[in-house]
Design a protein around this ligand. Structure first.
Ligand SMILES: Cc1cc2nc3c(=O)[nH]c(=O)nc-3n(C[C@H](O)[C@H](O)[C@H](O)COP(=O)(O)OP(=O)(O)OC[C@H]3O[C@@H](n4cnc5c(N)ncnc54)[C@H](O)[C@@H]3O)c2cc1C
Length: 452
């Protein structure tokens, strides 16, 4: 089937070679054995593949760069993995209207570099930006470090070209800044985790390149006081970045790639302001004052761009550094910012109660935490305690009015907790929407939706 539409080199069936396309970067998720991995290069090829899969009722797993953390692009037994990594052309940069039209396989960083050549900026910047694709970002509604001021991927998506499960090609969304024509199908596709259609082009909003940022570093005795500082900062300022690392995370990063992080502190807040002209300096001062008022042990303006870059690099290394310490389970919860301090205190309590190591870091300004549970490698009993801690953290997020996933999505990992977050009418609507788009249930089946 695939050979008729793709070059031979764009189809893999050798089980050894396709092994690396079976899993994403999550831990604790299962993956099946696909019969092939295909690498279409055009929208028409994707459409032919989907039409054939629809006719023969073959399950299709869309895959970007496989950096997901929930099993969303994990293969399913007997499925066709449809990998978009060879569709990576930027089709058009429209400077006058401030958008780019790009194919989905391009890495986030590559796109940012491409549009910077036109003096423009694509804001959403997941910590994985060097190795995740725009198609994956759209399908997980990825967040990032700048999102606290500039919004998540959803806020950047103007329109999409989508191949539907039966092979039809549709263009949803718009080119204009405003528009309310019909239901927001582009919005629905964002974060749908490859269950409704294959994104073959994304039209993304661009902004002027931001001015250089002023950086503030604040050290706290504990994470709860850092949480209180976040609440204060967000009620008085609009930082362009507000990230948190706790001591466990800093220690892990320091063990993995030593760079002089202040591991004696209980928590570190890293903030930036990019208000033009002298505005950034004023805002940075106000952020610093808020930190000190919330009880920071120490706080200062980092005048050295290399130090600021080192700290941002350390934040981006949090996941691989904790991953290197043992078996790990990464959580991704978001709570209303006013409950951040309570959430982190509850997470510390959960770590003590289940006797597990939890490194907490995240996009604090968005109330989005990534408590990462680490247990000794291969210790089954500790892994059970880790899973109990994982589930307790999800309960805390819901109890505090939050959500079981801030940005990584549901995938295979959180289907049960999604069922808890949604009420019954919403659960029904989710199922019905899936049926409307994918009546034969061939697209990424078993992912992203509550079990039923
Ligand atoms: C070290 C590290 C740091 C990370 N930091 C962040 C962060 O700061 N913020 C954040 O949000 N995430 C982060 N992530 C998670 C991950 O990088 C994001 O979820 C990313 O958006 C996934 O992109 P991908 O191309 O790797 O997609 P994949 O993992 O391949 O797929 C993700 C989902 O999208 C679907 N999909 C992919 N492409 C398409 C397409 N073209 N059409 C339809 N469906 C598609 C897949 O089926 C799957 O459900 C991090 C991951 C790692 C390993």
């Amino acid at each position: 089937m695939a050979g008729s539409v793709l070059d031979d080199g764009d189809v893999l069936t050798d089980t050894d070679i396709i092994e690396s396309y079976r899993f994403d970067r999550s831990s604790g998720t299962a993956a099946g054995q696909p019969f092939a991995v295909v690498f279409p290069r055009t929208t028409e090829q994707v459409a032919s593949l989907m039409a054939a899969a629809y006719e023969h009722r073959v399950a299709v797993v869309p895959r970007g760069a496989g950096s997901g953390l929930t099993g969303g692009s994990n293969a399913i037994d007997g499925s066709l993995v449809l990998c978009l990594e060879r569709m990576r052309q930027v089709r058009n940069v429209d400077v006058a209207n401030g958008y780019v039209e790009t194919e989905p396989g391009i890495f986030n960083t590559e796109l940012r570099e491409h549009v910077a050549g036109h003096g423009l900026w694509y804001a959403p910047d997941p910590a994985s930006k060097d190795f995740c694709s725009i198609g994956g970002n759209v399908n997980t509604n990825a967040g990032g470090l700048c999102c606290v001021k500039y919004g998540v991927t959803r806020d950047a998506v103007l329109g999409l070209e989508v191949v539907l499960p039966d092979g039809r090609i549709t263009r949803v969304g718009r080119r204009t800044v405003k528009g309310v024509a019909g239901y927001d199908l582009a919005g629905l596709m964002v974060g749908s985790e490859g269950t409704l259609g294959i994104v073959t082009m994304a039209r993304l909003r661009l902004r002027p390149l931001p001015p250089p940022a002023a950086t503030v570093v604040a050290l706290f005795a504990d994470v709860a006081s850092a949480g209180r500082a976040v609440e204060k900062i967000m009620s008085t300022s609009t930082p362009s970045l507000l990230e948190l690392l706790d001591r466990t995370t800093m220690q892990a990063v320091e063990e993995w790639r030593p760079s002089g992080l202040p591991v004696e502190a209980g928590a570190l807040l890293l903030a930036q302001s990019d208000v033009p002209d002298s505005g950034a300096d004023h805002e940075a001062e106000s952020i610093l004052e808020a930190c000190l008022a919330a009880g920071a042990m120490e706080g200062y303006r980092s005048e050295d761009p290399d130090q600021a870059e080192m700290l941002l690099g350390a934040r981006r290394m949090a996941i691989p550094a904790l991953e290197a310490k043992g078996d790990w389970l990464l959580d991704d919860v978001a709570v209303p910012r006013s409950n951040l301090a309570e959430a982190v205190a509850a997470i510390e309590d959960i770590a003590a109660r289940h006797d597990v190591l939890i490194g907490t870091f995240g996009h604090a300004g968005d109330g989005n935490l990534h408590p990462t549970i680490v247990t000794p490698r291969g210790d089954a009993e500790a892994a059970d305690r880790g899973m109990a801690a994982f589930n307790d953290i999800l309960e805390v997020a819901l109890r505090l009015g939050g959500t079981v996933t801030g940005e990584h999505g549901i995938g295979l990992l959180k289907r049960d907790s999604l069922a808890e977050e949604l009420d019954e009418p919403s659960r029904q609507l989710q199922r019905q929407l899936k049926d409307v788009f994918d009546p034969r249930g061939i697209l990424n089946p078993g992912k992203s939706l509550p079990r039923w």
